[in-house]
Structure formats: C-alpha cells, structure tokens
Unconditional design. Structure first.
Lengths: 239, 121
C-alpha cells in the first residue's frame, strides 16, 4: 500500500498539476479565512498562502523549481492582468483627466520616495549592495520590478520576494496610516495604496471601495511605468 | 471571454515586441496596457466581454503574486542574515511612500481646485 502511495506521489510530484492545484486551493482557503474575519488586515491572504505553501514544500522536501513548474501558469497571468488595467483606467478616464496634474505630481514624488527610501534605508542599515539594489523597484508590480532588478544588477527572484512583502505591508498598514492622515477622498486613498503596494494593495483597496480600487489600479500601472523610468536614472546617482 | 483573453495577449505581445525592438527600459505589458487604453479611447467604449474578463483577472490579483512570493524559500539564509536592514527598508519605505503620496495629492488637488475657482470668478 505504501509502495503504491509513494508511486502515486512520485508521479504527481513531477507533474505541474499538483502544485498548480495546491496553489489555488491554499489561496482560496486563505481568502475564506480572511473574509470570515471581516478582512482583518493582519490576516492577509497572500501572506497566509505563502507561509502555508513554503511549509508544505519544506515538509515534502520539494524544490522551488518543481513548485514553480506548476505555479508558473498563475505567474504568467501577471502579464495579461497588467494589460487589463487599461479597462478600469478607461472607465475613470474623465475623472483621471480632471486630476491629471496633481496625479502626475504625486506619481513623480511618490515613486521617487519609494525608490530612494528603500535604497538608502537598506544601505544605512548595512544591507549588501545586491540586496539594496534588489529592494529599489519593490513598489512596482512584480513582472516590472523583476525586469528592472535584472537590468540594474539585482536578483530578480529576490526582488519578487520584496515586491510581495511590500504588497503585504502596504495592505496591512494602508487603512491605519491613511485614517491617521484623515484622508477621506477615496481616489486619494486608492492612488496612494496602489502606488505603494501595487496589486496586493489594489486587492485591499477594492475592499475599501470600488473607486479606491480603480485609482489603486491606475497608480499601480503608472508607478510600474515611472519606476521603470526612474530606477535606471537613480542608480547612476546612487553610484 | 476567449476573444477578450486573445485581445489582452495580443496587446501584451505587441508591447513586448515594441519594447524589444526599440530597446525601451519599460516592460512589455506596460506598453501593452497603454496601447489598449489608446485603443479603447479610439473605439469609444469597452466591449462587455472585456469588462468581464478584466474584472475577473483584477479581482483575483493577489493570487498572481504567490508563485513569485513562494520563492522566499530560496532566500531564507540571505534574509535571515540581513533581516534587519531588509525589514527596516520595507517598513520605512512603504509607510513613507503611503504618507507622501497621499499628502502631495491632497495638497495639490486643493490648490488646483482653488485655482479653478479663482479662474471662474
């Protein structure tokens, strides 16, 4: 019996099906838990899923590469999802156009703040150059940040981890920080959340309101673009 | 739905080709997004199927970050070794960016609203 079980395990563990399915199941379980607790910010579904999956992989002695062979189909959808941001952008375009100048101003200042503070704090606190460089594009959405990291001599897969952690932190702190600033305008809240913490923040912003979600998606797209433009310029200046 | 997915992939493909051909520092999907926005503006509306598909993808954005995020297991020793600078950098930068962006946007919007009122008067 155990021979048969291990045979099934050996077969399944080499096919993409197992880890793709487990990724979907674990995420939906985490999402269910988070919803049951009224979307308490500390019960972030991405954080719970990643911890659960890493534990599962460690327990079964499965290498990350085997996991990614299955999960890459989910990862791939980041590309089309980025393109799809054009749709909410189009829907709110009139409002966006009216706010265009303030939005662009906040984009440039916010994006520079994200890049410089990440690099300088890491640097001052004693991070290695590779780690500090991998941190700089952390507020951009994952495929963009990974592309930037590769170009500037960071580690793209380490950047992917920092991007995820930034998203989780932004999702956890956003409401508390913005409430403290007495920020009531949903478009401002959404824009700040999306610029800081991309897609994971955008998922959180949609829980606050639909308008916050749309502006978060807008900020995520714009900051992806802005980070891609600013980081290579600032790297020269960082020396 | 199939049509909408095809359109999204086509725009991504166009974006990748343009980024590669012109050696732009901007990733392909972002150019694809800009092109799709332009196309929707020229067309004057977004087809229903495009709404449905985009909503489906965007309302499940979080899960798309998990496969990359699980990569944390490869870096556990590195992160354990430099956890303090990493933690401080993420914490300070994330909080600061939220605050700075929200404040700049609020002040700037208030000012441009005042300018508009002054212009109207």
């Amino acid at each position: 019996m155990s021979g048969k079980l291990s045979h099934i395990w050996v077969y399944l563990s080499t096919s993409p099906l197992l880890w793709l399915t487990l990724t979907l199941i674990v995420y939906q379980g985490a999402h269910w838990l988070s919803r049951r607790c009224n979307y308490h910010p500390l019960l972030n579904s991405v954080a719970i899923s990643v911890v659960a999956l890493v534990l599962l992989l460690k327990l079964t002695d499965t290498p990350y590469k085997t996991y990614f062979d299955g999960a890459q189909f989910v990862h791939f959808l980041l590309g089309p999802a980025t393109v799809a941001l054009a749709v909410p952008l189009y829907l709110y375009f009139d409002r966006v156009r009216k706010m265009a100048v303030p939005l662009l101003g906040a984009l440039v200042v916010g994006s520079s703040t994200a890049i410089m503070s990440a690099y300088w704090v890491a640097n001052l606190a004693g991070a290695s150059r590779e780690v500090a460089l991998s941190l700089t594009p952390k507020s951009a959405t994952m495929p963009i940040a990974m592309g930037i990291s590769e170009k500037i001599g960071g580690l793209p897969s380490l950047t992917a981890v920092f991007v995820m952690l930034t998203g989780i932190m932004g999702a956890i702190f956003a409401k508390a920080v913005l409430d403290r600033l007495h920020c009531k305008d949903e478009s401002i809240k959404g824009f700040a959340i999306g610029l800081t913490s991309h897609g994971i923040g955008t998922a959180r912003a949609f829980q606050l309101s639909e308008m916050a979600g749309a502006f978060s998606g807008l900020a995520m797209g714009l900051n992806g673009l802005m980070t891609a433009l600013l980081v290579p310029l600032m790297i020269v200046w960082f020396g | 739905m199939l049509g909408a997915i095809t359109i999204l992939l086509l725009f991504q493909l166009a974006g990748e080709v343009i980024a590669q051909a012109l050696e732009l520092p901007v990733p392909g999907p972002v150019i694809g997004m800009a092109l799709l926005l332009l196309a929707l503006m020229v067309r004057g509306s977004a087809p229903e199927s495009m709404h449905t598909t985009a909503n489906g993808l965007l309302s499940n954005l979080s899960i798309l970050f998990i496969p990359g995020g699980v990569g944390v297991m490869l870096f556990l020793p590195l992160i354990a070794q430099q956890w303090l600078p990493i933690f401080l950098s993420l914490l300070i930068s994330t909080t600061l960016t939220l605050i700075v962006t929200a404040l700049v946007l609020r002040v700037w919007m208030r000012r441009s609203a005042q300018d508009q009122e002054a212009g109207d008067a």
